[in-house]
Design a protein around this ligand. Sequence first.
Ligand code: CUA
Length: 350
Amino acid sequence: MKTVRNLLVFIAILAWTAAVAVAQGVAPLTPGPHDMLATAGPQADHIGRLWNLFLTVCTAVFIAVFAAFLYSIWRPRRADARTPADLSSLDRHERGPYRSVVFGVVLSTVLLLGLVFASVWTDRALARMPLVDAVNLRITGNQWWWDIEYDAVPSSDSFRTANEIHVPVGRPVLVTLRSDDVIHSLWVPNLAGKKDLIPGRTALMQFRADKPGLSRGQCAEFCGFQHAFMGFEVIADPPDVYEAWAARQRQEAPSPTDPQLRRGQQVFLGSTCVMCHAIQGTDANARKGPDLTHVAGRTTLASGVLPNNAEDLKRWIQNPQKIKPGTNMPSSTLPDADLNALVAYLESLK
Ligand code: CUA
């Protein structure tokens, strides 16, 4: 009776474990822009295949070990008061169990070596992605936003943006990673694995997007209070759309002619904004915060925290500490008319 009861308890535990696994598996089955199984390029494909191999082997081993465990508690007869235990096997050399142990050790070694080999092969495949005609990016991690520089020859074709990366479909991207404060980690699961940004060192990573679309990126190394709100977007565009976007980014901000926008520009240049931000085509060229030359062309504000529209931009300028406590951006004390003009000017910078 006890054996049957124990067996039922273990089957209940197994069923519970399986139910939890299925429940957790339901959400990632819907492919999204932040999903290592919804791959959009060769680097993520390599990692996805390695993941599938590990999952298959580990699931098979788990099932085999659990089946052997259930068999072992079900098989032997138990001793009780009337039938004493048969201990004669302790004096015999039993071949069956001995063979099972040797088989288990050999099989485990072969499987583990196979997984090591697959990991090394994947690593080499990741490093061997061809880089002909690559787009060169320099990304700097900051608490808590991403500074993105497109390096080009001639250097007048280089430009700077923040928290939103556009790449051409089918062309490799070579990224040089740096950090100015603490360790961050760049992670776009649909496109590539993680890579750390370590102060005082530079790291390289390469990826390629093979289909157009949006991938969401996230800082993947705890870097302070707002680590969870250090997101960014990678938008893979068809080559002509990308070229048009890059050409727009290279342009300086136009001088506003509308009186309201002109006032907004004067507010920007006359306030503390210029201590941290740059707008190409004006005297503002500080690099402490995001480049705002084309801020209105981006989809989000504050590293993915807010949608980019006039109302949220105004809320952000008024009291960034309320929206993202700990951020380096100070609150504004501008009168309402100046604030409205400033927001109108920034929202005109497409
Ligand atoms: Cu940057 Cu976490």
